[in-house]
Design a binder for this molecule. Sequence first.
Ligand SMILES: Cc1cc2nc3c(=O)[nH]c(=O)nc-3n(C[C@H](O)[C@H](O)[C@H](O)COP(=O)(O)OP(=O)(O)OC[C@H]3O[C@@H](n4cnc5c(N)ncnc54)[C@H](O)[C@@H]3O)c2cc1C
Length: 490
Amino acid sequence: MITEALKKKLKEIFGESNFLDSPEHRIAYSYDGTALLGALPDAILIPTNVEQLSRLMKLANEERFAVIPRGSGTGLSGGSIPSENSVIILMNKWDKIIQIDPDNLTAWVEPGVITGRFQSQVESMKFFYPPDPGSSQICTIGGNVAENAGGLRGLKYGVTKNYVLGFEAVMPNGDVMHIGGKNTKDVAGYNLKDVLVGSEGTLCVFTKILLKLIPIPSASKTFLAFYDSIGRAAETVSAIISARIMPAMLEFLDNPTIRAVEDFSHLGMDKNSGAVLLIEVDGPRAVVDEDASAIAQICKSAGAVTVRAATDNAEAARLKAARKSAFAALARIRPTTILEDVTVPRSEVPVMVDFINETAKKHAVQIGTFGHAGDGNLHPTGLTDERDKKEIEKVKEVFRKLFAKAVELGGTITGEHGVGLAKKAFLEELYDSPYIELLKTTKRMLDPNLILNPGKIISVEPRCEGALPRSREQIEKATRNMDNPSEAYF
Ligand SMILES: Cc1cc2nc3c(=O)[nH]c(=O)nc-3n(C[C@H](O)[C@H](O)[C@H](O)COP(=O)(O)OP(=O)(O)OC[C@H]3O[C@@H](n4cnc5c(N)ncnc54)[C@H](O)[C@@H]3O)c2cc1C
């Protein structure tokens, strides 16, 4: 527990108004977008400059408390969930687009900039920042860099790490480090940039980020192709790639997700369809026209019942917004939504989708699946109720089987959401030990006192994260008696 004396020191660094520890604030920051996980922080800090963060890290090393960076809290692997004896730092307040440099096709941003706002800003200048997570209207660039977020345009354009040229970061010992720059080529030293990108807030705090921009594609075309069966939709994905066409988006929704999205968005989709693909091609007009007619043909040959092209940009935007609403739409069906994230080699998508459906049926668990079919990245989403302990055990067992199957097929337990708390056990169970040992060695080397977001991704002994995770029910019980907050931990 963080003592009164320590709170005083924190207030000296951050100022009274940037130190929050009311029960309401502590509860508000006890969870992120991940179902079933939560824990109370001791306090919430609003840093306003790098020096404060540096002093915080030094104090945390002296007094041995944990520091948990947080962007918008949309994470789906529990990365922003507090540990025992911890403070949250709210990085979403750092929301300036510092510089857009047209000559070097780069932009410096603060980590709290909302991804969608940044995209709109650069697009108004005819530049393009492709990483486009489904949460783009709420998540932060800092959270994206920390998670190496993917999204709807990963197939053609890659993921966040492909657009990070450099950054300023506060290291766990309080050092402020600068890495990378505007150079197109830079091979000075080990590629530590890629170690820190995707480190899920466990190895550094990003305080300034340099992003690569590309010219905006001059034209695009968006389609919806409806199928009786998932198998035919999956065949279409393979056929498009085999035809050497690289769509900007190749997204997939299964029947339960189509139903939920249609009830939510009223797009006129046939709710009896077995699957739908959302396909977008972009580039120079002539290429788009050629690719678009080839894709329409491929969809029909692969058995699409209907292929519908968006008539204008507004309709294309509506279709994409509907795809992005899949999580929200599914979340209306049952009280608890567990959005998961497995990736398999593209050719194994039909096998994985069949396995998801068979396993869900066998265990009588409700799962809707959607995802980035072109990337082989699927989001089986469990629709359940966390108050029903028996059902939750079944759902957990189903997901355990899905992760194991993904690895068996040559895939991975997470394509974009990260390991955090949610997948930690599976990482250690399903991956080989030299890799796990290297992860632990890296954490120990950069953060020997385990102060920065401890207990996420891997467990490093001696643990300082305490017993984790805790259920929402446990937090509620503890918060009923905030005069005795020690009850929050056991
Ligand atoms: C509806 C929905 C759709 C989604 N779709 C996608 C998708 O398509 N692709 C995808 O990849 N993800 C997706 N996500 C997951 C999530 O939005 C991303 O992981 C996103 O990058 C998290 O950003 P955030 O600002 O909310 O970060 P948070 O959830 O606050 O934090 C995420 C992690 O980043 C760390 N962190 C945050 N800021 C910093 C910083 N400045 N320095 C160091 N570490 C930091 C935190 O400690 C934590 O470990 C989706 C989530 C939702 C709810």
